[in-house]
Write a protein that binds this ligand. Structure first.
Ligand code: OGA
Ligand code: MN
Length: 285
């Protein structure tokens, strides 16, 4: 029997009872979907799965995103986050893999830079460092509920521009190639999202958001900064300290997340992500 134990006053829960992500059935799948609607972040301990099992598990929830150009796993359904190469050697701190890992340490929501952003992500901890490398989450639904009315009125019915280049340039302007920039032009996304029933508004921002439509550049960036400072106050944050073989699923339209630092020159970290694709541009919900 599957049940969920809340882990934070506002969101996030841990699955209890036996679940085998390698051989999931329709009944378990619908219980997980309901729990994700309720908690936004779900932790499944003890899921020692391989890539094929992770892909199979993810498919039960909808079509998968294909990994974009410039990320390890490109062209497959896997996003590979690791600090070592195919020969098992740790890569240098200025290596692309480590720079991308550092970009993941900025608060973000996956794929908000795509015309049809991701619905949910599923991250499997294959190898974790002894120290650090936690993942932080913020409930953007709780944030929206708590926003002062003056801020709400500034963002309702507004759009922000999201660009992958914005988050990569913040780490290193040389990280993205010209070809990658061409492949990933900025997109517009509503600043407030609702669920499929038009309920549960959430603030939709993160490191890819670089401008607010209809506002001068500086004013838009200031508004984004003000909102992000409000959103990332400690009471909204849930920290997941990983155990090897944890599988974590989150709703990208209800939470933002970030990785936290670890000693990437000394310890190995290997995570594999699959991503459930969105079905239409969110502005058309
Ligand atoms: C991701 C991500 C954070 C982490 O997989 O999308 O941001 O802690 N991961 O690895
Ligand atoms: Mn991410």
């Amino acid at each position: 029997m599957l049940s969920f134990t809340p882990l934070h006053p506002l969101f996030a829960a841990r699955a209890e009872g036996f679940i085998d992500a390698g051989t999931i059935n329709a009944d378990v799948c619908s219980q997980i979907k309901a729990a994700l609607r309720q908690y936004s972040v779900l932790i499944f301990p003890n899921q020692a799965i391989d890539d094929d099992e992770q892909i199979h598990f993810t498919r039960q929830f909808g079509p998968l995103e294909a990994t974009k150009i410039g990320t390890e796993g490109t062209g497959t359904p896997l996003v590979i986050l690791r600090n070592f190469d195919d020969k098992n050697r740790l890569v240098a701190s200025d290596h692309r893999q480590n720079l991308n890992n550092r970009a993941n340490q900025l608060w973000h929501t996956d794929s908000s830079f795509k015309p049809i952003p991701a619905k949910a992500s599923i991250l499997s901890a294959r190898e974790i460092p002894l120290c650090g490398g936690d993942t932080h989450f913020v409930s953007m639904r709780a944030v929206y509920r708590s926003l002062p009315n003056v801020l709400k009125s500034r963002i309702n019915d507004r759009y922000a521009l999201h660009s992958y280049a914005a988050s990569r340039d913040a780490i290193d302007p040389k990280l993205m190639t010209q070809q990658e920039r061409m492949a990933l032009p900025p997109v517009r996304q509503p600043m407030v999202l609702h669920d499929e029933n038009g309920l549960n508004p959430s603030l939709y921002l993160g490191s890819h958001a670089c401008a607010v439509e209809g506002l001068p550049e500086f004013e838009g960036q200031q508004l984004i900064q003000e909102l992000m400072e409000f959103a990332t106050q400690p009471e909204f944050i849930f920290t997941h300290a990983w155990t090897q073989y944890d599988l974590v699923m989150w709703d990208n339209r209800a939470v933002i997340h970030r990785a936290t630092p670890y000693r990437q020159g000394d310890e190995r970290r290997h995570m594999v992500r699959t991503t459930i694709a969105g079905s239409c541009p969110i502005s058309e919900h």
